[in-house]
Design a protein around this ligand. Structure first.
Ligand code: ADP
Ligand code: MG
Length: 157
């Protein structure tokens, strides 16, 4: 399923999401535009992934990413949201986010409570941090993709 699409490189503008309150939960997610989401392989499974991310030409950080069904479009379109495991001083709407997805954690799930959701995400973050320290994932942090000029077409993004 997921593995045959990885590693997956993507670059695109950060747009306003649909106010699910991710930031209020302490887990802000940078959303890609509909156009970028449409460029993903249509058969890439929904779920939680991890990899590397960089804003503009800033530093490369660990990230967790969700590919999910977009409630704004009555769950017929996907959304792709990246939580960067780093504390930023300011929001970065409108900036170019570059990501490489290197691994898959789990499918999408529904949770009985907000607490259960938050602790699942915290576990995802811990799992991502551990996996990304392994050589096969760590090597992609140094990929030339993160040092190429903006606008370079990769995976059609
Ligand atoms: P929205 O519904 O607009 O996506 P969120 O509550 O998910 O709102 O917050 C996402 C925004 O928070 C991002 O677009 C970005 O500008 C900002 N942000 C700040 N820190 C982070 C981070 N560590 N990871 C992702 N986004 C962050
Ligand atoms: Mg968001």
């Amino acid at each position: 399923g997921a593995m045959r699409h990885l590693p997956y490189f993507c670059r695109g503008e950060v747009v306003k999401g649909f106010g699910r309150g991710s930031k209020e939960l302490g887990i802000p997610t940078a959303n890609f535009s509909e156009q970028v989401v449409e460029s993903f392989p249509s058969d890439i499974p929904t779920g939680i992934y991890y990899g590397w991310a960089c804003v503009g030409n800033g530093d490369v950080h660990k990230m967790v990413l969700s590919i999910g069904w977009n409630p704004f479009y009555k769950n017929i379109k996907k959304s792709v949201e990246t939580h960067i495991i780093h504390t930023f001083k300011e929001d970065f709407y409108g900036e170019i986010l570059s990501i490489v997805i290197t691994g898959y954690i789990r499918p999408e799930k529904n949770f009985d409570s907000l607490d259960a959701l938050i602790s699942a995400i915290q576990e995802d973050i811990e799992e991502a941090k551990r996996q990304l320290d392994l050589p096969e994932h760590l090597k992609l942090k140094e990929d030339n993709f993160f040092h190429l000029p903006e606008g370079k077409i990769v995976n059609n993004c």
